[in-house]
Design a protein around this ligand. Structure first.
Ligand SMILES: NC(=O)c1ccc[n+]([C@@H]2O[C@H](COP(=O)([O-])OP(=O)(O)OC[C@H]3O[C@@H](n4cnc5c(N)ncnc54)[C@H](O)[C@@H]3O)[C@@H](O)[C@H]2O)c1
Length: 371
């Protein structure tokens, strides 16, 4: 039975977070893993995940403390302040207090929403992430970024709020539709590109598997470790953490400008095509590695049938400027030099300025490749 565990220690003592990965973990969750029992537990999850795993987790937690489940409709459209208002009102009605422990069960939407609720309810309560999508396991459940979307852009309202722990049960991926796997694999490929050539190569091999998820499951912990190492060194994204945004400046702008019809993973995949191209154009990305990078991304694109949408380039640019990764009116991006190594500018920063012209050119490039 696969079992892995790591501790993330943040500079702001005593904040720390343990990540535990084990097949069947949801069935075996015990008080020992949760530590302090709290006065009650509340599970925040979407309607689909509630049906699949809500009862299972509730039964386990009921053995520890009184537990309620609060659901919201699945999908990115629920990641709003309205949903936060509804959840917190329900928690209050259910008698949740400062010692209630929150469990954010589900994909990145449940994680971001649940984490945000935990950060503001009674000025902050203890919480755990229980990710059930590949994306949430390898990325969103780790690092403490929480929040919701606003009408003017994605993730525009939020907080840094670390969970006490992350419980990963890879067997929950057996019910995940294949259309959701792209979201996780895009983030895993990103992790390989920014920090780990071996992970990059293993993802390439995993693509040969007929059931791709079987090839990816053994790599989940490697991806978690990369995220954990980065956020431990730079929790508040002063510098190094910006490398995790590779592909996301263009990606988020594509996602927002499509009205979220283009999924996060597909947007990030296309974003990495653009940002890799920009890095190569700026003479930063070594030619051989740029070729390998683009080959892997093309394999993923073909395997998951990712099509480039018709783009209103100016609209995409506008959204990029609304994104939090822009500073002082100029676009800055974290760009690769090699597979596993990100560029560090002369000023020591992991981001480099990118002109509007180059940004737009990279979108045209993407459009030319449109299939
Ligand atoms: N906080 C961060 O650091 C961070 C990082 C990356 C992405 N994100 C956010 O994560 C969100 C995307 O997350 P996501 O891709 O997990 O989407 P999601 O949470 O919407 O989940 C995708 C779908 O899968 C379903 N689902 C979840 N687990 C399942 C399972 N085991 N079996 C069957 N169905 C299941 C859900 O009901 C949903 O319909 C975005 O809002 C993005 O901004 C946050």
């Amino acid at each position: 039975m696969a079992r892995d565990a790591l501790e993330i220690r943040f500079a702001r003592a005593p904040v720390q977070c343990s990540v535990v990965l084990r097949d069947g973990l949801l069935e075996q969750l015990s008080r020992a893993e949760i530590g302090n029992a709290g006065t009650s537990c509340v599970i925040i999850t979407d309607d689909l995940v509630a049906r699949l795993y809500g009862k299972q987790l509730k039964e386990k937690l009921c053995g520890i403390a009184r537990t309620n489940v609060i659901t919201f409709p699945h999908g990115e459209r629920s990641k709003t302040l309205n949903t936060v208002a509804r959840i917190t009102a329900k928690m209050s009605k259910l008698g949740c207090d400062r010692k209630t422990i929150l469990f954010a069960l589900g994909g990145g939407v449940a994680g971001d929403l649940g984490g945000f609720v935990a950060s503001i309810f009674k000025r902050g309560i203890q919480y755990f992430q229980v990710p059930t999508t590949l994306l949430a396991m390898v990325d969103s459940s780790i690092g403490g970024k929480t929040g919701v979307d606003a009408v003017w852009g994605k993730n525009q309202l939020g907080s840094y709020y670390q969970p006490d722990g992350v419980f990963i049960d890879p067997s929950t991926l057996d019910t995940l539709p294949s259309s959701e796997i792209i979201n996780g694999i895009a983030e895993m490929a990103k992790s390989g590109i920014i920090a780990d050539p071996q992970l990059f190569a293993k993802i390439d091999s995993a693509l040969n598997n007929k059931a791709i998820i079987d090839g990816l499951k053994p790599l989940i912990f490697n991806a978690c470790k990369i995220k954990a190492e980065v956020v431990e060194k730079d929790e508040r994204e002063a510098n190094l953490r910006s490398t995790l945004n590779y592909g996301h400046t263009v990606g988020h702008a594509l996602e927002s400008s499509s009205g979220y019809r283009l999924s996060h993973g597909k947007s990030v995949l296309l974003g990495m095509f653009c940002e890799g191209w920009i890095s190569s154009k700026l003479g930063l990305f070594e030619a051989k590695d740029y070729e390998r990078h683009s080959l892997l991304l093309s394999r993923i694109r073909d395997r998951f049938n990712v099509r480039t949408p018709l783009l209103d380039q100016k609209k995409v640019l506008r959204f990029a400027f609304l994104d939090k990764k822009t500073s002082e009116g100029s676009l800055r991006m974290s760009l690769p030099e090699k597979i596993g190594k990100m560029h560090i500018a002369k000023d020591g920063m992991y981001t480099a300025p990118v002109s509007r012209e180059l940004f737009l050119e990279s979108l045209s490039q993407l459009r030319q490749e449109r299939n």
